[in-house]
Structure formats: C-alpha cells, structure tokens
Write a protein that binds this ligand. Sequence first.
Ligand SMILES: CC(C)(COP(=O)(O)OP(=O)(O)OC[C@H]1O[C@@H](n2cnc3c(N)ncnc32)[C@H](O)[C@@H]1OP(=O)(O)O)[C@@H](O)C(=O)NCCC(=O)NCCS
Length: 173
Amino acid sequence: MVEDEDQLRPLLKAELEVVREWRNHPDVRRYMYTQHEIGAEEHLAWFKRAQQDPNRHLLLYLRQGTPMGFANVSIVNVPARRAEWGFYLAPDALPGSGQCLGRATLAYAFETLGLHKLCGEALAFNTRSIRFHERLGFTREATLRDHHFDGQAFHDVIGFGLLASDRTGAKAL
Ligand SMILES: CC(C)(COP(=O)(O)OP(=O)(O)OC[C@H]1O[C@@H](n2cnc3c(N)ncnc32)[C@H](O)[C@@H]1OP(=O)(O)O)[C@@H](O)C(=O)NCCC(=O)NCCS
C-alpha cells in the first residue's frame, strides 16, 4: 500500500532545479540513455515540451513533504492505453523510497490514468532497477541485445511490462 505520508503529484516549474540536480548526479546519470550533464536551458525546454503534451506526466514524489524522487509516465499508444515510464530517486533518499515511489506511480498509472500496460527498460547492468521492477510485479519480457551504445560500449537492455490485470492480486502489497 502507498504510505499515508507519501505524495505523488505533477512536477512544478519551481521544482525543476532540484530534479535537474538529481538527474545530473553521477549515481543517476550513469543509468540513463543520455549521460551528458543537462544544462538549465535544456532542462527547461524538456519541461515545456512535456507540459504541452497531454500524454506526458512528469511527477514529483514526496515523503513527509520532502521531495525524494521523480517519475515520468509517457503514454505511447493512446488506443492501447500503453505507456512507458522512467524514474530516479534523490541521491540521499531514505531507504525504501524506491518501492514507495514505484507503488505510488503504479497507482497513478493504472488508477488515475486507467492504463492497460506500463513498460519499463533498464540497462542490463542496472541491477537495482531490475530488482525494483521485479519487486513491483513486472514481467521481464525481453532482453534486447547490444541495444544501447554509450559512446564506448554496447549494452543489453532488459524490457519489463506490467498489465493492469497483473495488479489485481498485488494491490494489497
Ligand atoms: C532504480 C531505483 C529507483 C530503485 O530504487 P531502490 O534501490 O529499489 O530503492 P529502495 O529505497 O526501495 O531500496 C533501496 C535498498 O534499500 C532496501 N530497503 C527497502 N526498504 C527499506 C527500509 N525500509 N529500510 C532499509 N532498507 C530498505 C531495499 O531492499 C534496497 O536494497 P537492495 O538495493 O539490496 O535491493 C533507484 O535505485 C534509483 O533511483 N537509481 C538511479 C536511477 C535509475 O537507475 N533509474 C532507473 C533507470 S531504468
């Protein structure tokens, strides 16, 4: 169950800098497809583009009022109600914040947005993200071989999927 003191709500423009700091932290950046340091202008342009797209949901996760993570849900196929997600925690987030952010985002995706399927991708060396998806009930659906090139080496990517029907028995978690 999502903790009472947890909150997940749309990211505000005033909160962009804190999220950019997290995103640029080496412990987050190394697991992203784009690994360059993101400047303030690039970040603002990304935010503005997302704001104009009704299928993109940028979400701030707070624990007891303190921002501790970010998640985004992008609906990629409207008739199929299928979306992709991405997320990261504040580097100093309290232990357990990952699962809380995950459960809150799944509630938003399936209950608020009414999705049929949510998909995630993790670089094969991102063992925490892989464990995170598995704990949340995702099925490992694909191993995409040499799918990502980071400028120096190729990496496999693991594809995860969660259906609304997979959650029926898992809501009480
Ligand atoms: C991916 C990510 C959100 C996963 O979060 P997480 O690591 O599962 O976060 P949690 O806070 O739930 O758990 C952290 C650890 O504390 C443990 N933990 C969970 N609840 C706890 C609690 N109440 N007390 C103590 N430890 C706890 C977990 O078991 C986990 O241990 P593990 O890493 O050995 O499995 C996070 O690692 C992250 O932001 N990574 C960088 C960005 C990234 O990779 N994004 C995803 C790209 S695909």
